[in-house]
Design a protein around this ligand. Structure first.
Ligand code: MEV
Length: 307
């Protein structure tokens, strides 16, 4: 039994979304996590092999802090199963700690495969809620946006605590994604932003408000089909992320390279300080921006469409 789940990008609104402002996110099907389950020898129990990290987890042996073991146990409990004799193999080509939601995608593929192996399909709301439990270990205080966009597998307008709104931009967007190659756990940047917010709530709340307003304006620009306007809003969002100190010299350089190559706007995506940057491009600039990212040393370049 096999199941997959996509990576994701945050188009606009990361970090502020943790503090109740809206954000827009989309799945990235060009990189996926895959879970495969097969029956194992009777009495052998349930073992999970996470091939990309070399982890081997035997369910039922402690593992209280292991996000994948936690989510597997929760899914099995929901199905009324207690450690079936299964071998679970997890693989992913989503870079880890890069803002592309690798943790959420692995957990999503895992839960989906467990339900399928038990003979049923998990609905997206149940799936998202289960994956959220593992996100708490990856992120500390997650907004819930990653598990939601990955579990539903469609673009979303996300507001913490509000009913999910699927989201379709008025026009198709072409996004070039470049991996800086620098790993940066989301838990750290989210934690640093929280520390700053606790020290100076007024300043941080004002930045979150500005990011929230940028997200609202981005939605309106998409509904108008105003790609240059949307590009400028991505740039504005990046400036606010700089104020939150979650960017880096390398990310800034990649962003500048993309803008110089004709991108309509560019920003970091996800937790920041490393990981991926995204650039909004029109069809004519796709190859130029991809080549510019590669020449600037990006570890990997992907092109995705949001529609
Ligand atoms: C991570 O993809 C997005 C952040 O806003 C964290 C979160 O929303 O949980 C940085």
């Amino acid at each position: 039994m096999t199941a997959t789940a996509p990576g994701k990008i945050i188009l606009v609104g990361e970090h502020a979304v943790v503090y109740g402002r809206p954000a827009i996110a989309a799945p990235v099907w060009q990189c996926v996590a895959t879970a495969t389950i097969q029956a194992a020898a009777p009495g052998s129990g349930c073992t999970l092999y996470a091939h990309d990290t070399g982890q081997q987890l035997r369910l039922g042996e402690g593992l209280a802090e292991e996000p994948l073991a936690i989510v597997a146990r929760l899914a099995l409990a929901q199905l009324g199963l207690d450690r079936p004799d299964w071998q679970i193999d997890l693989r992913s080509d989503i870079p880890i700690a890069s803002g592309l939601g690798s943790g959420a995608a692995l957990s999503t593929a895992l839960v989906r495969a467990i339900f399928r192996q038990a003979g049923c399909e998990v609905d997206p709301a149940t799936l998202s809620a289960l994956v959220y439990e593992s996100e708490r270990f990856y992120h500390g205080t997650p907004s819930g946006i990653d598990n939601t966009v990955v579990a539903y597998g469609q673009p979303i307008w996300f507001l913490k605590g509000a009913a999910l709104q699927p989201f379709h931009p008025g026009c198709a967007l072409t996004i070039v994604i470049a991996d800086s190659g620098v790993r940066s756990p989301t838990k750290e940047t989210v934690g640093d932003v929280r520390t700053g917010w606790l020290q100076d709530p007024a300043r941080y709340e004002a930045i979150f408000d500005a990011i929230g307003e940028t997200v609202v304006q981005a939605r309106l620009a998409m509904e108008r089909g105003d790609l240059p306007g949307l590009g400028a809003l991505l740039d504005a969002n990046q400036s606010w992320l700089e104020e939150l100190a979650v960017s880096s010299v390398l990310l800034r350089r990649l962003i500048e390279v993309a803008r110089n190559a004709g991108a309509l706007g560019a920003k970091l995506s996800g937790g920041g300080r490393g990981g991926n940057v995204i650039a909004l491009v029109d069809a004519a600039a796709v190859d130029r921006v991809c080549a510019a990212f590669t020449a600037a040393g990006a570890a990997r370049v992907l092109v995705t469409r949001i529609e």
